[in-house]
Design a protein around this ligand. Structure first.
Ligand code: ZN
Length: 277
């Protein structure tokens, strides 16, 4: 698995690249705009050039900002507008993949339908693959189990450009105690049966500060949370996912990015020396 981080864009894409390289990222995830504001972003030529330098060095995934609620595109027009704006930014930058949270709605069935419709609207206008992320299932947030992920997928027209991002902390918090090998296998079996493992396009590698089944979304440092190293060692060595990226979204605290990368690196399979003959 190719390991990396969600990295900041606050100081511009050249700074993002410098930071990602210093950490040894083989993959990176970014917001394409300020994630806490509805304000639209205008990309300058300098932004585009700097992003070109970043994406020439490593694969970059975009993560939708916090505000648009895809399950409520019928309730507040900013939700769909915000989503389409970010999809347009992705297309301008040449980012092929946008990770989205499914959104929240008390009526979960119509919520899943709305999210699928929102993804259809993206595909109508933009050449961007949408990755639906599984959630911890807090409150009315949709995407807490394979059934709900499948419900959204079934509603989407362009399935070729719809994949999933599996967040290990969310999975654990939603009720799958993946510390147990059988439970992880059970999840993958259900996912394979329902959607197919080839629909997984990315992993979010986060430990959890919250308990299994707590439905609380609390990312934590690798090996220092409830999930622990045994699970992550197994996952990053799984040959079925060797071609995929694993993005850490661990809290930015002091030098913890360096520490988390070092820990993750120590779990990867040892490199096999090339024979000298
Ligand atoms: Zn995540």
């Amino acid at each position: 698995m190719k390991i990396g981080f969600h990295v900041s864009i606050a100081k511009g894409f050249d700074d993002t690249l410098k930071g990602a390289k210093a950490l040894g990222c083989e993959v990176a995830q970014v917001f394409v705009k300020n994630p806490r504001s509805w304000e639209q972003r205008v990309l300058s030529d300098a932004d585009l050039a700097a992003f070109g330098r970043l994406s020439a060095e490593l694969p970059v995934f975009a993560h939708l900002s916090y505000l648009p609620n895809l399950a409520k595109i019928d309730g507040d027009e900013r939700n769909l507008k915000g989503l389409l704006h970010e999809a347009a930014l992705c297309e301008k930058l040449g980012i092929g993949s946008l990770v989205v949270h499914p959104g929240s709605r008390p009526d979960r069935l119509s919520g899943a339908r709305m999210t699928a419709e929102a993804i259809d609207r993206v595909h109508d206008r933009h050449d961007v693959t949408v990755l639906i992320e599984n959630t911890a299932g807090q409150g009315n947030v949709i995407g807490r189990d394979v059934e709900e992920l499948a419900r959204m997928y079934e509603g989407v027209s362009n399935k070729e450009k719809t994949l999933f991002c599996i967040d290990t902390a969310h999975l654990f918090e939603s009720g799958w105690d993946i510390r147990k090998k059988g439970v992880w296998k059970g999840f993958l079996d259900e996912f394979e049966r329902t959607l197919g493992l080839d629909r997984i396009g990315l992993f979010h590698l986060n430990d959890s500060k919250a308990a299994a089944g707590s439905h609380a979304d609390r990312h934590w440092h690798i090996g220092q949370g409830e999930i622990g190293l045994t699970f992550f060692r197994m996952l990053v060595r799984d040959k079925r996912f060797a071609h995929l990226g694993g993005v850490m979204e661990t809290p930015k605290m002091g030098n913890m990015d360096e520490v988390n990368m070092e820990v993750m690196r120590s779990l990867l399979p040892p490199l096999v020396p090339r024979s000298s003959s």
